[in-house]
Structures are given as structure tokens and as C-alpha cells.
Design a protein around this ligand. Structure first.
Ligand SMILES: [Zn+2]
Length: 441
């Protein structure tokens, strides 16, 4: 099957997408028309545009979906994906992760980052918010690879001024140095590729950062319009360590609040064990959370009460947390997220609403776009948005050949519970085909 590599084009296929108004659009015989600028000019029933449908590339019975949004991943950790199960967070970091990130120099990034972006696209992810390592040069290389690949990416150089894994950096200069490096990276990359690339100021987490670094980094993000990303309340041992390091703070969220880090440009990963006060403060400040249920079980961190958080009004998207999570697939994240909801119910601790398969598709695409403030641009297949989309072959998720799911909720359920690594056959950002999915690998 020859897929379009650049706009303009029109694809006729089954169509399944969340909508900005809260609904879902499902068309058995759908059509998406993309203009020369990579923007969707029509997404709906083929019967409503018979002329365009007649000349469109016909991919039926494949299914067009919005591209998935991964709100949290560590690109340099991808080579260790699937390793270290059974360790707690802080031990896992010391044993498996810090040595790997220490080796993520420019040469390593030039080798790894192009393959990593292809792996995201192959899984159906068209927007990824990632951490690099502590090095400026390899963060540049990571951005260069994203620029060339075509994925929509938000990247940040990790900042650590306490317990950093690179002993060659003079501790007395580390704060000024990491701020200067970050400022240069923002100047080079925030808004690059006509807005397809963005910068996230990235203090690793409170355990690795002084109050000065947290405050200065938040101030740098605010003054430049960059995002600010870090981790919060992932693991009990980590929470205890943060309480020891920041005795003046009320709780973990308050550490970031005091630094000026909360707000709608901030994405906090995990947030598994929030108190009611912390939850209320994140909602009030419009701070965004990346839910990473695969990672949370892989590292035995806990089970986030997603339903309760959503009922409280928290903005939540999904994250693979590579390599805390062993796989880049956001469909896999939805599956485990579903199981976490069930496990909470079995354990008698679930007190919020349960998400259905179509809710999970929404949170993995439009929910992630909303968390990034990009929902006017991406996240659903609707006229006026940029053409960030994927096409899936449902034959890969059928339990035996010939079974088809007419109902959209059934189709969503198959894609989540029977997600297959080859099911994504094409992925586009702004109508430009991405390398990675099977047809182009
Ligand atoms: Zn993480």
C-alpha cells in the first residue's frame, strides 16, 4: 500500500476520533482531506464529499485516528526498556538509569535519537514530550533528529544540581552552568520548525534539585514561554526523601509551588500518591499531570486514582515513561491504565469514575493535546487542525481472521486490549509522513 508522504492528500478510510465538543465521531466510510499546508480541511463521511472521496487514496478497512500524545518519556533510557523490574525507583535509577544517561553524549544521541523517534511513530505517537540527559550537546542532537524525522516533540535537558551522575561537573558552578545551557537550548529550539519543536525546562525531580535550581528554572520557563516538566509523588521512598530534603514544605507539591513551578505550562509526571490538598492545589493552579500506569506498576510505585483526579478537574494525559515503562505504545499505556482502575476496584480503594475504551482513546490523544495547550492545533481529526494522524489496520487486533467490530467502542476496546506492534501502518505530522510505521520501515 502506497501512503502519501507529503500534503496535500485525501484518505478514505474508517474514521474514529474524539471531538473538541466532548463527543466522538465514527464513520465506517470516512474521508480526511489535508491541504498543501498540512491542515485538515475536511474530516467526516465520504458521502458528504463524493468528488473528493472518489479520487482519495482508499485505505478501507483501515482506521484513521488522531496521533497519540506521549506526555512523559526519557529518550536516552530507551536502550534499557524492559530491564530492572522489581527494583524500587531510587535503586533502579542508580543501577540502570544514571549509567546510561551518563553515556548519552553527542555521538550516542546522533546514533540513538533518530531510531527513538521512529520507535515513537511506529507505536502511533505523533507528539512526544521527553527528557534528554544532562548534556547540552546531546540535547541539541536529540532536537536535530526530531527536526529531521518530522515528529512533534518537546524536549528538555535534564537539570540536576544535587547528586548528579556526572562527577566531572564542578558542584560550585553547576547551577549557573545548567541554567546557561538551558537558556541557549531554549533560544535555539523553542518554537523551531515553525512551532513543531518546543522546549521544556526540565529539573529532574526534587530529590536531584536544590530549591534554588527549582526556583530559577521555573523563572526561566516563565520568562521564555517554555514548558516546565518534572516528576512528583511517584514512590513512597521518594516522597519520604523529599520531605527530608525540604522540611519547610507542607508536602511534595508545595516544594514546586514554592519554586513558582505550578501552572498550565507545567507537566508533572506520575502524581500517584497526592493528598487532597495537593490535588486541590494542582487543579487550582491548572497544572497538568502525565499518568504513567505502566511505569507505576513496573517499579511498584503505586496505582494512581485517575477517576478521582478527573472528577476533581485535574488535566491528565498519558505517558509511557520510557524506560520506567518498558514500551513506547500509548495503546499499551491505556490497557494497563484500565487494569489499574480494575485493580483499585478489586482492592476496594477506587472511589472515582471508571473510564471506558473511548474515554481512554480520548485521553491518549486529545487529553494529551489539552495538557500541552495544543488542543486547538492537534489531538483530534477536525477541520482546521493540523494533520497529525495515524492509520491502523484492525486485522492485527482481531482474535481470529475475519472478525470485524462495527461498534466504535468495540473497536477502541480491541485497539487497547489487543494492541499489536505492527498495527500502526502510517503516521503523519502536519500531513508529512513519518518514518517508523511498518509500511516505511
Ligand atoms: Zn520519568
Amino acid at each position: 500500500m502506497d501512503l502519501p508522504v507529503a500534503p496535500p492528500f485525501a484518505i478514505r478510510a474508517r474514521l474514529l476520533t474524539p471531538l473538541d465538543d466532548g463527543g466522538t465521531r465514527h464513520e465506517h466510510d470516512g474521508l480526511v482531506v489535508v491541504d498543501e499546508g498540512g491542515r485538515i480541511v475536511f474530516a467526516g463521511a465520504a458521502a458528504d464529499r463524493p468528488e473528493a472521496a472518489a479520487s482519495a487514496i482508499d485505505l478501507r478497512p483501515w482506521v484513521l485516528l488522531p496521533g497519540m500524545v506521549d506526555l512523559h518519556a526519557h529518550l536516552p533510557q530507551l536502550p534499557n526498556a524492559g530491564l530492572g523490574a522489581g527494583l524500587d525507583l531510587l535503586t533502579w535509577l542508580e543501577r540502570y538509569i544514571f549509567p546510561l544517561e551518563r553515556g548519552f553524549d553527542e555521538v550516542a544521541a546522533d546514533r540513538l535519537a533518530p531510531a527513538a523517534w521512529r520507535a515513537f511513530a511506529r507505536a502511533g505517537t505523533t507528539t512526544a514530550m521527553v527528557y534528554a540527559a544532562v548534556y547540552e550537546a546531546s540535547t541539541d542532537a536529540t532536537f536535530r533528529a526530531a527536526e529531521a524525522h518530522g515528529i512533534r516533540a518537546i524536549v528538555g535537558k535534564v537539570m540536576m544540581d544535587r547528586g548528579t551522575y556526572d562527577g566531572t561537573i564542578d558542584p560550585t558552578t553547576i547551577l549557573d552552568r545548567t541554567l546557561a545551557e538551558t537558556a541557549r537550548l531554549i533560544a535555539r529550539w523553542h518554537g523551531a520548525a515553525d512551532g513543531r519543536l518546543s522546549y521544556a525546562v526540565t529539573p529532574r525531580f526534587a530529590v536531584s534539585c536544590t530549591a534554588d535550581l527549582l526556583r530559577e528554572s521555573a523563572s526561566l520557563a516563565a520568562s521564555t514561554g517554555a514548558y516546565w516538566q518534572t516528576h512528583v509523588s511517584e514512590d513512597r521512598g521518594e516522597i519520604a526523601e523529599v520531605a527530608r530534603l525540604f522540611p519547610e514544605a507542607i508536602d511534595y507539591v508545595d516544594v514546586y509551588d514554592r519554586a513558582g513551578g505550578l501552572g498550565e505550562r507545567t507537566v508533572l509526571a506520575h502524581a500517584v500518591h497526592l493528598s487532597d490538598r495537593e490535588l486541590g492545589r494542582l487543579v487550582e493552579s491548572r497544572t497538568r499531570v502525565a499518568h504513567c500506569p505502566v511505569s507505576n506498576l513496573f517499579l511498584a510505585s503505586g496505582m494512581m486514582p485517575l477517576g478521582r483526579y478527573l472528577d476533581a478537574g485535574l488535566a491528565v494525559g498519558l505517558g509511557s515513561d520510557i524506560a520506567g515503562g518498558p514500551d513506547v505504545s500509548i495503546f499499551g499505556v491505556m490497557r494497563v491504565g484500565f487494569y489499574v482502575q480494575h485493580a483499585r476496584r478489586v482492592a476496594g480503594v477506587e472511589d472515582g469514575r471508571m473510564l471506558e475504551p473511548l474515554d481512554w482513546l480520548r485521553i491518549g490523544s486529545l487529553g494529551g493535546a489539552q495538557a500541552l495547550g495544543l488542543d486547538a492545533t492537534i489531538g483530534s481529526l477536525e477541520a482546521g487542525k493540523e494533520a497529525d494522524l495515524i492509520v491502523v489496520d484492525p486485522a492485527f487486533v482481531a482474535p481470529i481472521p475475519g472478525i470485524e467490530d462495527d461498534d466504535p467502542a468495540d473497536l477502541a476496546s480491541r485497539l487497547i486490549f489487543r494492541a499489536h506492534p505492527d498495527m500502526v501502518r502510517g503516521a503523519w505530522v502536519r500531513g508529512r509522513g513519518l518514518d517508523g510505521p511498518g509500511v516505511r520501515s
